[in-house]
Write a protein that binds this ligand. Structure first.
Ligand code: F3S
Length: 394
C-alpha cells in the first residue's frame, strides 16, 4: 500500500508509540483488503464502549493507549456505553460494573474523544456531509451515514475506528471506493409500510433475501428519519449491508436483479421476530436511540398513566436534555418510565434480569434474544407503551 512521507514517519514511530501502533493496525487492514492508499477522515464514531463487551482486556488496551498520549485528530464520538453515565443506579447497574465503565469513558476522554455515547451521532452534532470519508463503527449509524447522509464509511470495528481517530486516516477500500457503492438488487416495496416496526421488518426481510448485496429501494421515498433509522439498523443486522439506495427515479445504474417485498413478507418478518409470550417484564424503545419526536410521542401516550413494568427510553443525553426543555422528559418520568441515556438494552448488563422484552425495533429483538436470552415482542410504540402499563401483550 502506498504511504505518504508523513504516513511512513507515523509508521516508523516518529510521532510516538500510540500513532505507530495504530498505523500498524491500519496498514495491516489495508493490506488485507487490498487498499492502494490511506485517505484522511473527517469524522470517527467508535463502538466497543460498553465494559460488558470490552471486559478487562479491552479496558487495559484503552488505558494503555491513553497513557501513551494517544489523541484523536478529528471529531470522534462514542457509541453507547454499558450504563447511563449519570443515572446508572436507577437502572439497576452494579457499582463494580459502574466503576469499570467509568474508567473506560475516562480513557476515551483522555484521548480527546467526545463521550456522547449514542448510536445516533448524526442527531447530536457528528453529522458528516455528502461525500465525506469517515470511519464509523456502529452498524446502524454506518448504514445511515452511507445511505441517508451520503458519507463514505466501512463498517469499522472499535479498534480500527479508534486507530482512524488517532491517525486521522483509514485505508481506502470497500465503501470508500465509488465503484463499490453501486446498487446490486432492485427492491420493489409493494406494500404501504405503516410504522417503525414495519421498516424493521423490511430490513429483516430484505436482509434475509439478499444478504450484504447493496439494494436499491423503490417505494419508500420520502420516509421519515425515524423509519429510515429503523431500516438502517435492521438491514445491517439481518443482512450485513453497510449501504442502500433509495430510488429517486433518475438512476441510470438500476440493477437487473429484482425482488419484490409484499405485505406477506412484512407480516412473516414480524411473526419471526415475535415469540409466544403473553406477559412482558421489560419494555425498551430507542434502538437506534430515540429522536425528540419519538420521545414526544411516548410522553403523549403515557399521559395520565403509570407504568407497571421496567420501561427504558434509550436516547442520547443531549436529546433527553432537549426533551427536558419541552417538558416531555418530565411527563415520561412522572409515568414511572426511565431514560436510559448513554446506553441501550443491548449493551447494558441485563442478562438474567428480565424474561420478555417488548420493543418497536427489529434490531433490539436480535440482541435481546442473542445477547440476553430474552423472548421478544415487537409492535408499535402504542403497543409497547400499553405493555409497559398493563404488563400484557395484546
Ligand atoms: Fe443503538 Fe443499542 Fe440499538 S447501540 S442501534 S440502541 S442495539
Amino acid at each position: 500500500m502506498y504511504l505518504t512521507k508523513m504516513e511512513e514517519k507515523m509508521l516508523a514511530g516518529e510521532e510516538g508509540y500510540a500513532v505507530q501502533k495504530n498505523m500498524e493496525i491500519l496498514t495491516a487492514l489495508g493490506n488485507i483488503f487490498g487498499a492502494e492508499k490511506m485517505i484522511p477522515v473527517s469524522s470517527v464514531q467508535v463502538a466497543g464502549v460498553s465494559y460488558y463487551n470490552l471486559g478487562d482486556a479491552g479496558l487495559e488496551y484503552l488505558e494503555t493507549l491513553a497513557a501513551k498520549a494517544a489523541c484523536a485528530r478529528v471529531k470522534t464520538t462514542l457509541n453507547p456505553a454499558g450504563m447511563d453515565l449519570e443515572n446508572w443506579r436507577d437502572l439497576g447497574i452494579e457499582e463494580e460494573f459502574a466503576k469499570k465503565q467509568e474508567r473506560v469513558i475516562q480513557a476515551f476522554v483522555k484521548m480527546g474523544v467526545i463521550p456522547s455515547c449514542t448510536c445516533t451521532p448524526y442527531l447530536v452534532g457528528n453529522e458528516p456531509a455528502r461525500g465525506d470519508h469517515i470511519a464509523w463503527s456502529e452498524s446502524s449509524a454506518v448504514t445511515y451515514a452511507n445511505s441517508i447522509l451520503g458519507a463514505m464509511t466501512n463498517r469499522e470495528g472499535g479498534p480500527s475506528a479508534l486507530a482512524a481517530a488517532i491517525t486521522g486516516r483509514t485505508p481506502a477500500y470497500g465503501m470508500h471506493i465509488e465503484e463499490n457503492r453501486k446498487p446490486k438488487v432492485r427492491v420493489k416495496v409493494d406494500t404501504k409500510l405503516r410504522d417503525v416496526p414495519d421498516f424493521g421488518a423490511l430490513g429483516y426481510a430484505v436482509g434475509k433475501k439478499i444478504g450484504p448485496k447493496i439494494p436499491l429501494f423503490e417505494g419508500i421515498e420520502g420516509s421519515p428519519l425515524e423509519q429510515l433509522k429503523s431500516l438502517c439498523a435492521s438491514i445491517a443486522t439481518y443482512g450485513g449491508t453497510a449501504l442502500f439506495h433509495i430510488s429517486d427515479g433518475t438512476r441510470d445504474d438500476a440493477p437487473t436483479e429484482i425482488i419484490t417485498i409484499t405485505r406477506t413478507d412484512i407480516e412473516a418478518a414480524l411473526r419471526a421476530l415475535n415469540d409466544e409470550a403473553a406477559e412482558v417484564d421489560f419494555v425498551a424503545l430507542g434502538c437506534p436511540h430515540c429522536t425528540l419526536e419519538e420521545i414526544k410521542t411516548i410522553a403523549d401516550l403515557l399521559e395520565g398513566r403509570k407504568v407497571t413494568r421496567e420501561f427504558w427510553i434509550c436516547t442520547a443525553r443531549q436529546t433527553m436534555q432537549e426533551a427536558e426543555k419541552t417538558g416531555d422528559a418530565q411527563r415520561i418520568r412522572k409515568a414511572g418510565a426511565k431514560f436510559a441515556c448513554d446506553t441501550c438494552m443491548a449493551v447494558a448488563p441485563l442478562k438474567g434480569r428480565f424474561n420478555v422484552l417488548a420493543t418497536d425495533s427489529a434490531k433490539a429483538c436480535y440482541y435481546g434474544r442473542g445477547t440476553n436470552n430474552f423472548k421478544t415482542r415487537i409492535g408499535s410504540v402504542e403497543e409497547c407503551v400499553n405493555a409497559a402499563v398493563t404488563g400484557n401483550w395484546s
